[in-house]
Write a protein that binds this ligand. Structure first.
Ligand SMILES: C[S@@+](CC[C@H](N)C(=O)[O-])C[C@H]1O[C@@H](n2cnc3c(N)ncnc32)[C@H](O)[C@@H]1O
Length: 519
């Protein structure tokens, strides 16, 4: 909101006696009058998180027109600065969202259509007011919940109604927002090379593809069939022999050459007994090295084929989850939240390391976020790393409330409820479900400011977290691709996805720490 000069807004003049107009929004929003604020937007029913509630076309005024006329009118309480210095008025519900320090609506501009898209930042309950964040320099006395400042994450004064809380652009002008993910269809899948992060490889197959000289092999029995016409007989024998096991299903059974064939019999554990038929002219079985896994790329296929003909199976489904534009924005929002929280805890004398588990992108309902920071300094405890704290916070909360993962906790101003104390005393536990669903992080993404150390990476593995996204790599101490990559270790019984964020985010430089600190 620009409010460069003060004109008494209709809101200030209005009273609850006014009748609010109907709005034909089928998402569950309506306009109501509220004491002290004028009109506002309210939910008529539950609206789930990440719901697009309104798309508003904007009315644009030239800078000159606005400077000469607009700013002396009531418009000045409704307009935003547009990209090229023009002023924009959001039509529809856009101009009726009131301000809150705890906004439940975030919004992005779509300059291709000259419109603004408003999305719920969390689940909204019936009759709740839908609010955005205007910035810190308000030109009116705000009515409504002012958060506990000690808990609040300080937001920059963006002059843009909190728009930049989504975009990370903190220079205060819409015109300078340069976030490619806020423009366009939120359901578009972003091409891999345009994603603002690097995927850290965590499967053995992935490593093999990168360091292709080190094809992992195993020993298996083979036999030469001098007359290729006997190959079918030998394949039939193999099927009945019991030597044929699924362990070698990623390999072809026969390697043909110009004059003979070679049959792959089975793994080295059992010495094969061949058919007793001299007419077949078989060689004595012998051990060969064969690729241990399927070929995921053409390069790998070529290399593996030199050992033994290998099945080509390009990257298996689910290994590289596609990211939509909306999911990138969800992640940006989460990361901006942890950066602000880290700045706050740094100012409070702690290490600026924060871990955050937001509602899952796909199924955000019934889960309120958890956020924890490093408390080694205040707790005087070597294990109070932020990732461990948040894992423990979730487990404690879930096991002491109910078996159903549900409303949880956060100290963030972006987030609705106050935090569980991180005093260091273990919370007494209620009975937990046997499968661990009650206390694990199954299906959840953990966002963290710094690459988790090896201890935390192991704890995350035990917690069955689905995905870890971090900002600052810790080359000397990190356990997610820095000093080591714990979920990549052979023999671990769970792997989680890791993304190192490379996209620009305001404030990251403020929270860097010594590279030999365990985060
Ligand atoms: C963009 S308008 C919002 C819609 C406005 N309530 C109306 O009825 O037109 C901004 C104006 O709404 C009022 N307003 C917004 N948020 C408020 C709040 N938290 N407390 C009091 N007034 C608020 C202020 O008068 C402000 O100038």
């Amino acid at each position: 909101m620009s409010a460069s000069s003060f004109n008494s807004p209709s809101a200030a003049e209005s009273s609850t006696a006014h009748r609010a107009p109907e709005h034909l929004n089928n998402i569950g929003c309506e306009i109501r009058y509220v004491e002290g604020k004028g009109r506002g937007v309210f939910a008529t029913r539950t609206i789930t998180a990440q719901t697009l509630v309104e798309i508003c076309p904007v009315l644009l005024f030239s800078a000159e027109e606005y400077e000469l006329h607009g700013k002396y009118t009531v418009l000045d309480h409704y307009t935003f600065k547009w990209r090229d210095g023009r002023m924009a008025l959001a039509l529809g519900l856009g101009s009726l969202f009131n301000h809150s320090e705890n906004p439940n609506i975030s919004y992005t501009i779509d300059s291709t259509t000259d419109s603004i898209r408003y999305t719920t930042a969390r689940r909204i309950e019936p009759n709740e007011e839908l609010c955005i964040f205007y910035g810190h320099k308000l030109w009116f006395d705000a009515v409504g919940g002012v958060p506990n400042r000690s808990m609040a994450i300080e937001k920059p004064d963006d002059g843009w109604g909190g728009l930049t809380s989504v975009t990370g652009d903190l220079n205060g002008e819409c015109g300078h927002i340069n976030n490619p993910f806020e423009v366009g269809d939120p359901t578009d899948i972003i091409p891999e090379e345009e994603l603002p992060f690097i995927r850290i490889k965590t499967t053995a197959e992935d490593i093999e593809e990168e360091t292709i000289v080190e094809v992992r092999t195993l020993q298996a029995w083979a036999v030469d069939i001098p007359d290729p016409r006997h190959t079918t007989v030998m394949l039939k024998w193999l099927r009945q022999s019991g030597f044929d096991t699924p362990t070698l299903s990623h390999l072809k059974r026969v390697r043909k050459s110009a004059k003979s064939s070679t049959l792959l019999i089975g793994p080295s554990e059992a010495t094969p007994t061949l058919p007793d038929d001299p007419d077949l002219g078989l060689s004595t079985p012998y051990l060969i090295s064969i690729p241990k896994t399927v070929a995921l790329t053409q390069t790998s296929l070529q290399l593996k084929n030199t050992l033994w003909p290998t099945v080509f199976a390009p990257r298996r489904k689910g290994e590289s989850e596609p990211w939509t534009r909306a999911k990138v924005l969800w992640a940006q929002h989460a990361l901006q939240t942890i950066v602000r929280e880290a700045q706050r805890v740094r100012d409070a004398g702690e290490l600026p390391i924060v871990s955050y588990v937001p509602p899952p992108y796909d199924i955000p309902d019934d889960f309120t976020p958890f956020i924890s920071h490093d408390t080694r300094t205040t707790a005087r405890h070597p294990l109070r790393h932020s990732a461990l704290n948040v894992i423990r916070q979730i487990a404690d909360h879930r096991s002491t409330t109910s078996s159903r993962p549900s409303r949880a906790v956060s100290p963030s101003a972006d987030l609705p409820t106050p935090p569980i104390s991180l005093s260091g005393a273990d919370t007494p536990r209620a009975e937990t479900p046997r499968n661990g669903q009650g206390y694990l992080l199954t299906g959840l993404t953990l966002f963290t400011t710094h690459e988790p150390c090896i201890m935390c990476a192991m704890a995350l593995l035990h917690s069955r977290v689905k995905e870890v996204v971090y900002l600052v790599p810790m080359d000397k101490t990190g356990g997610c691709g820095g000093a080591a990559c714990v979920p990549r270790l052979e023999g671990v019984n769970h792997r989680f996805t890791i993304e190192r964020w490379t996209g620009t985010l305001e404030g990251v430089d403020d929270i860097r720490i010594d590279d030999d600190v365990d985060a």
